[in-house]
Ligand binder design. Structure first.
Ligand code: NDP
Length: 433
């Protein structure tokens, strides 16, 4: 706090971690906790670089590029790149800390990092996005590679951007390897990588429900966001016959009382891919209510899945969810619930699934993509899905191992403890670095 007083997101994530593990760690005298924690909270390395590029009008633009190489104890730094105007070192360092615990929880050999730029791809032409990605890579390629640092996508970085980034990485490094994940299938991508975070979220939610002998069928679900995670969570929830009543974006939310259908979902994908707002769905279908500037958290639901961005569900939203009888809040996005909201939900007995466990499916399939690339293999969608389910079941089990496996496990404490212990053991084993 003293070193970076303006890094409020990072402090929020670090405080949550410290609160979770402080009590349970007293039973683990093997680790010199303070010294370990001081190392865990400090990135191994942080890169900040200039990204100059030329827009379609011939004007030179300058953005800032970042990479936080947080922790390499378990494997190559692994985590996405985010292109969004809100990107800064505070946001990326909090994301990198969450990534450290998440990657450890998957059980795969993955270290953790996070990066990106304050570049906004929205409203930019394909050619501009390509020039920006190429400019970003002219610097970043020096610092990454299949065995050192393996980036992927995040907000604003989808298959198109990864294609341009990977192309430049390949050209500058004269290599075609697993230095990036989230690639398109035609040049080394994995089946189901695009769907993995949303599908994995629903697999994790089902494991939580099963723990109490419940299922998703017929349950009313509110989802926020209309991007990669939200849409694939919606798709999988529909397969399970849940009644999903909302999606949202940065401009507002939509409410469908009778629940989304596949036709609604396909139309949302078309609208968002075309640069529209989620509210445009109301012009295409009866029974769709657009709520300009509103979040979905005042809607009656059994389960809430925040899948948009950090701190999108605040204390007063938590109160509304509780008043409306919501029993489960499971995070698809990274830290979408504010610290005060998490406390409110947990105090009220709402079952809370933290993002570092619930949204681990994306990085898990990225790990599988790295394995396929290094073995020069390509697994079927069925094979990847089987492994994804297996990994999410194990993430769930690790949460129970450390958060209690009875009727009311504490998933936040379980996820933090399980992730921390795995990284801590690797750090202690490698000495003070
Ligand atoms: P996308 O860019 O595909 O979608 C993000 C969605 O969130 C968009 O609908 C966007 O609206 C909305 N949004 C952004 N800012 C706000 C805001 N301030 N208020 C309301 N809505 C907002 O990103 P992803 O779906 O990939 O990522 C969503 C979250 O999930 C992030 O927290 C990300 O870190 C996390 N995550 C993603 C993974 C992945 O594999 N993609 C893996 C693990 C976590 P609009 O369209 O108007 O901009």
């Amino acid at each position: 706090k003293e070193r970076d007083p303006h890094h409020t997101h990072f402090q929020q994530a670090a405080r949550s971690l410290l609160e979770s593990i402080e009590g349970p760690l007293r039973d683990h005298p093997d680790f010199d906790d303070d010294a370990l924690m001081a190392r865990l909270l400090e990135p191994e390395r942080t890169l900040v670089f200039r990204v100059p590029w030329v827009d379609d009008d011939g004007r030179t633009r300058v953005n800032r590029g970042f990479r936080v190489q947080m922790n390499g104890a378990l494997g190559p730094y692994k985590g996405g790149l985010r292109f969004h105007p809100s990107v800064n070192l505070d946001v990326l360092t909090f994301l990198a800390l969450e990534q450290t615990l998440k990657n450890a929880l998957t059980g795969l050999p993955l270290g953790a990092g996070k990066g990106g730029s304050d570049f906004n791809p929205k409203g930019r032409s394909d050619a501009e996005v390509m020039r920006f990605c190429q400019a970003f890579m002219t610097e970043f390629h020096h610092h990454m590679g299949a065995d050192t640092d393996v980036p992927a996508g995040d907000m604003g970085v989808g298959p198109r951007e990864i294609g341009y980034l990977f192309g430049m990485y390949r050209k500058l490094g004269r290599r075609h390897d697993g230095g990036f994940t989230g690639k398109q299938l035609s040049f080394g991508g994995s089946a189901l990588r695009v769907q993995a975070t949303g599908y994995g979220l629903i697999y994790f939610l089902e494991a939580m429900l099963n723990q109490r002998d419940q299922t998703l069928e017929g349950r009313t679900v509110a989802i926020s966001g209309a991007g990669n995670v939200a849409r694939h969570a919606l798709e999988k929830a529909l397969e399970r016959d849940a009644r999903v009543v909302s999606l949202s974006d940065s401009r507002g939310s939509i409410y469908i009382k009778d629940g989304f259908t596949r036709d609604h979902l396909e139309a949302v994908a078309e609208i968002k891919n075309g640069g529209g707002k989620v509210g445009d769905l109301a012009d295409r279908f009866d029974g769709v209510e657009y709520r300009d500037g509103e979040r979905p958290w005042d809607l009656p639901c059994d389960i809430a899945l925040p899948c948009a961005t950090q701190n999108e569900l605040e204390e007063e939203d938590a109160d509304r969810l509780i008043d409306n009888g919501c029993g489960w809040v499971v995070e698809g996005a990274n830290m979408p619930c504010s610290g005060a909201a998490v406390k409110r939900l947990r105090d009220a007995g709402v079952v809370f699934g933290p993002g570092k466990a619930a949204n681990a499916g994306g990085v898990a399939v990225s790990g599988l993509e790295m394995s396929q690339n290094s073995r020069r293999e390509s697994w079927s969608a069925e094979e990847v899905d089987r492994r994804l389910r297996d990994i999410m079941a194990r993430v769930h089990q690790r949460c129970l191992d450390h958060g209690g496996d009875g009727e009311r496990p504490d998933y936040l404490v379980g996820a933090d403890m399980a992730g921390y212990l795995r990284v801590a053991e690797a750090m202690v084993g490698q000495g003070i670095l």
